[in-house]
Design a protein around this ligand. Structure first.
Ligand SMILES: Cc1ncc(COP(=O)(O)O)c(C=O)c1O
Length: 356
């Protein structure tokens, strides 16, 4: 049944081995982030047998699937206060920045007779989660309050960069995290076990040997799945970018002009599209849409095909330049960037096929 996502488990395993070698070889522990493919259980089996240290996800529903795992489970998104019990039940460690939420986690941990580890998130300028790095008083105040809690262990500090502000991790900004950790250790006479220095955008620093000393953990999703570091979007050597491919079927193939006829308003998603006049062209409609993929982050493997646009259930392709003789019923294949992979694995309309 199409559309389908073809998951080549050998290529996934290759990427997993490579990222493990790279990150653990640098002296860091490794959290593999599983939200990018909705915590698929076939990939989970590879992770479970691997040398990684943590299974990390932003959704508690995904972590719940890993009940009985030998790895430690990490909740990446700051917990909702309302899910504190679930977080303590299904995650060993969570990333936090709000003392009220941490207190709730403590109550849940007392109820469940557990000790729950947390990383306190520091915002180094990307402006997503974390206490702003310049607010030293707030950082110390929150640490002081955390240390009063009986069932919470302040395991370390973390930072997330690039996801919102697109800030690139460098030696200078990541060093601030290390400096803050040193100050906290001194002030409170404690040892912080983990300094988690970011995601796939920090991976390039390993090769450059510029990951500051003291950073001892990375949380990696995209580099593992798609083989690219996300600071400068470079492919990593020896990784595959096509461990996941999408296949969808042509349901209409016709020659039509390239500019719509009549007064135009907004499209199905409220955008005002701009059309390039290419004259009359051969166009295909394939049976997959914005509900299943992000058309801006989908790449036809036949490089002569380009994407003209999409609505919820239709993707419209320019087939004018391809030599291959496509017909209705044929299948077009694509590589996926992260946002398309995320949607394809989330959409219940996309079947998953595994190559072993
Ligand atoms: C807090 C946090 N850490 C790590 C990651 C992994 O990011 P990436 O897929 O770029 O490695 C994410 C996003 O998925 C995240 O939100």
């Amino acid at each position: 049944m199409y559309p389908r996502l073809v998951i080549d488990l050998k290529k996934v395993k290759n990427n997993l081995d490579k990222i493990t070698e790279m990150v653990k070889g640098s002296g860091c522990s490794l959290m593999i982030v599983t939200k990018g493919y909705c915590a698929d259980m076939e990939i989970y089996k590879l992770l479970e047998e691997s040398n990684i240290d943590y299974l990390a996800d932003s959704r508690i529903q995904n972590l719940r699937k890993y009940e009985g795992t030998k790895k430690e489970r990490v909740l990446l998104r700051l917990p909702m206060m309302s899910e504190a019990e679930e977080v303590v039940a299904h995650a060993d460690l969570s990333l936090n920045s709000e003392i009220e939420t941490i207190r709730k986690l403590n109550e849940a941990a007392i109820n469940q007779n557990k000790k729950h580890k947390i990383l306190l998130m520091i915002d180094l300028g990307d402006l997503r989660e974390g206490i702003f790095f310049k607010d030293e008083d707030e950082i110390y105040h929150v640490v002081e309050e955390i240390l009063k809690l009986s069932n919470i262990e302040l395991y370390g500090l973390g930072v997330n960069l690039t996801c919102y502000g697109a800030v690139i991790p460098k030696q200078d900004n990541l060093s601030i995290l290390v400096e803050i950790a040193v100050k906290i250790e001194k002030k409170f006479n404690i040892k912080l076990q983990m300094l988690s220095g970011g995601n796939s955008s920090s991976v390039y620093l390993i090769d450059k040997k510029e990951l500051p000393e003291g950073i001892n953990n990375l949380r990696v999703g995209e580099a593992f799945l798609l083989g690219d570091e996300t600071a400068y979007s470079q492919m990593l050597e020896g990784f595959y970018d096509d461990a996941f491919t999408l296949e969808a079927e042509i349901i209409e193939l016709k020659e039509k002009q390239s500019v719509p006829i009549g007064e135009t308003g907004v499209d199905a998603f409220g955008n005002k599209p701009v059309y390039e006049d290419l004259g009359v062209i051969k166009r295909a409609i394939i049976a997959v849409g914005r509900q299943d993929v992000d058309p801006d982050n989908l790449h036809p493997i036949d490089s002569e095909i380009s994407i003209l646009g999409a609505s919820s259930d239709h993707l419209i392709l320019n087939m004018n330049n391809t030599d291959k003789k496509y017909k209705v019923g044929d299948v077009v294949k694509f590589k996926l960037s992260y946002s398309s992979l995320l949607r394809a694995t989330t959409s219940s309309y996309v079947e998953k096929i595994y190559l072993r």
